[in-house]
Design a binder for this molecule. Structure first.
Ligand SMILES: C[S@@+](CC[C@H](N)C(=O)[O-])C[C@H]1O[C@@H](n2cnc3c(N)ncnc32)[C@H](O)[C@@H]1O
Length: 269
């Protein structure tokens, strides 16, 4: 199985679902689906689905008919998706799978989403070629990657450099390093056509409390590294990030903009 740069386990997957999905990944799924229409006769794949927020949002938007499958490398994330009891979650299929080795026949899906996942794949070209294989002719790929380092990550990165290590700070910004343009030749190489890049901006709304900021940080893979340093290091990183977010305070919340690229392409028919 391919190694990944984004791995959460056990309690971290639950914290991800409870903290990061409502503040960031759910608004991003909604913003993406405001731009990408899914029809009742689509067959939908959500790759690197995490706890399945894109798949679930597609269900809410497109109704009961489409088959919707979510896959992720991390079985703990899939276990959270499987444990959710709302109608949207119960009516999607969930499967643990590496993006470079999808357990589906060729020409199965009409649309494949991948929200903030591809930057973690060690072999992006292999993943795009695999997505191309499982898409039907004229099937669409729609994926998002961050557009620049998020404002919320800036104070956290400074705190990591000061209280944990330069390596931890580097790891925190790694998810933002992939440029959308880098993916265009890879999409072409995989056989995709009509590639386009558009912009999406969401607001991350985080309770303006130390507890709220702690939840954001504990839902990141970097939390493990911080805790390995010490509990006190986590306290410092949380406190400094909380202080650094002051310019974004609106009443009881920090409202922090975060920009994303939406990349779309079509499999030739
Ligand atoms: C930032 S999370 C995004 C999850 C989800 N798309 C969302 O919007 O909440 C990145 C996800 O990519 C998954 N991932 C990393 N490498 C992977 C791979 N090679 N194959 C499949 N999933 C992978 C991780 O397990 C993680 O769930």
């Amino acid at each position: 199985m391919a190694r990944s740069g984004f791995q959460l386990s056990g309690d971290a997957a639950r914290i991800y679902e409870e903290q990061k999905v409502p503040t960031m990944f759910a608004p991003l799924a909604v913003a993406t689906l405001d731009q990408v229409t899914v029809l009742a006769d689509d067959v939908v794949l959500d790759i690197a689905c995490g706890t399945g927020i894109v798949a679930r949002t597609v269900r809410q938007r497109a109704g009961a008919k489409p088959r919707i499958v979510g896959t992720d490398l991390n079985g703990d994330m899939i276990a959270i998706a499987q444990s959710l009891t709302d109608d949207a979650a119960r009516t999607c299929e969930w499967q643990t799978a590496d993006a470079t080795d999808l357990p589906f026949e060729a020409d199965t899906f009409s649309i494949a989403f991948c929200q903030q996942g591809i930057q973690f794949f060690p072999d992006k070209q292999a993943a795009l070629t695999e997505v191309h294989r499982v898409l039907k002719p004229a099937g669409r790929i729609c994926f998002t990657v961050w557009n620049g380092v998020a404002d919320i990550v800036v104070p956290m990165t400074e705190a990591l450099a000061q209280h944990v290590s330069a390596d931890a700070a580097r790891k925190a910004t790694a998810p933002f390093a992939l440029e959308a343009n880098q993916l265009l030749p890879m999409l072409a190489e995989a056989g995709f056509m009509e590639c386009s890049i558009s912009d999406i901006s969401i607001n991350r709304t985080i309770p303006a409390t130390v507890h709220g900021v702690r939840g954001e940080i504990e839902g990141l893979p970097i939390a493990k590294i911080i805790f390995e340093k010490s509990e006190a290091a986590m306290d410092h990183v949380v406190q400094d990030t909380f202080t650094g977010l002051a310019p974004f305070r609106q009443g009881d919340f920090f409202v922090v903009p975060q920009k994303t690229h939406l990349i779309e392409a079509v499999k030739g028919s």
